[in-house]
Ligand binder design. Structure first.
Ligand code: NAD
Ligand code: UDP
Length: 314
């Protein structure tokens, strides 16, 4: 049993990670400022003898004694991270320094939840870890993309200069139950629109691609990365099955049985045209591949959002 800090633990991915760690028998400290996180996500863990909730913002230092840190604190949807871009970049820079400082003081291993956004609008496809990316440093996504790039740099600097045990994963689009229905990401938007009988908002011509990973696969890869001793990373974690947004819309309509139609809206600035992970490194290092395909993952996610619409979601 280890004592493990999960920053951003009340968010979508963080709450699933807390569940897995508690189930494994660990002591979990869930830290969150509740910017995009929700108490409902972790309500079932409150009162558990090995679970503790701390309301805190990582932009401020904090003293805790732990053996591992998963740093997930950072808004992830474009709508949320663009709401206050200066706060977003502070979270990935000042916040990252604070969390790395904590790991250094405790001699804890720290895993950083980085992102496929470090590749920007990629001109290498699929994206491998040795690709340096194509990021606009002053565009609408830069507070997030550049923040996460600096966060990776800080992790490597603390590792090389101070011997902090660092692990870096680059997460590609992940979806599943507990994803905030209003966070503006494409899967939550399409499903909620389909269930409410509204038009599905396809941005641009809908031919841009993404590769969607179901949350349970992602958490498995994340924990395997933390618990191996061979590599700092970065390692891509994502599902390499690539779909256009038009294909995704059709799949959502079919699985929900919705009669909704599609409505095209302008493509947001700097929206990447394609994204797909090369997961060769994760396969070799972690013996990891995603198990849940889009069809199955969407069915589970639709069931959750039906509960949200009917007010019975857990
Ligand atoms: P989320 O928005 O649901 O979770 C982020 C959590 O961090 C929230 O609970 C939020 O309240 C908290 N938070 C934000 N700023 C904070 C701060 N300054 N101090 C303390 N807590 C703070 O998003 P998610 O999808 O669960 O993403 C989790 C992590 O994974 C993020 O770091 C994100 O960048 C990364 N990631 C996610 C995806 C994805 O597709 N879900 C893809 C790439 C990377
Ligand atoms: N998108 C869309 N309709 C929506 C929301 C998003 O067509 O209602 C598109 C968006 O332009 C992008 C893709 O879906 O090309 C994925 O968007 P999301 O915000 O989920 O993630 P990210 O762009 O960060 O990968």
């Amino acid at each position: 049993m280890s004592t493990i800090l999960v920053t951003g633990g009340a968010g979508f991915l963080g709450s699933h990670l807390c569940d897995r760690l508690i189930a494994r028998g660990d002591e979990v400290i869930c830290l969150d400022n509740f910017f995009t996180g929700r108490k409902e996500n972790i309500a079932h863990l409150i009162g558990h003898p090995r679970f503790e909730l701390v309301r805190h913002d990582i932009v401020e230092p904090i003293l805790l004694e732990v053996e591992q840190v998963y740093n997930l604190a950072c808004p992830a949807s474009p709508k949320a991270y663009q709401y206050n871009p200066i706060k977003t970049i502070k979270t990935s820079t000042v916040g990252m320094v604070n969390v790395l400082g904590l790991a250094k003081r405790c001699r804890a291993r720290i895993l950083q939840a980085s992102t496929s956004e470090v590749y920007g609008d990629p001109n290498v496809h699929p994206q491998r870890e040795d690709y340096w990316g194509h990021v606009n440093p002053i565009g609408p996504r830069s507070c997030y993309d550049e923040g996460k790039r600096v966060a990776e740099t800080l992790c490597m600097n603390y590792h090389q200069a101070n011997g902090v045990e660092v692990r870096i994963i680059r997460i590609f689009n992940t979806y599943g139950p507990r994803m905030d229905p209003d966070d503006g990401r494409v899967i939550s938007n399409f499903i909620m629109q389909a269930l409410r009988g509204e038009q599905l908002t396809v941005f641009g011509d809908g031919r841009q691609t993404r590769s969607f990973c179901f949350v349970s696969d992602l958490i498995e890869g994340m924990m395997r990365m933390m618990d191996q001793d061979a590599e700092v990373g970065p390692v891509n974690i994502g599902n390499p099955n690539e779909f256009t947004m038009l294909e995704l819309a059709e799949e959502v309509l079919e699985l929900t049985g919705s009669k909704s139609t599609l409505k095209h809206e302008p493509l947001p600035g700097d929206d990447p045209k394609q994204r797909c992970p090369d997961i060769g490194k994760a396969k070799r290092l972690l013996d990891w591949t995603p198990k849940i395909n889009l069809h199955e993952g969407l069915q589970k996610t639709i069931a959750y959002y039906r509960g949200v619409v009917e007010g019975t979601a857990k």
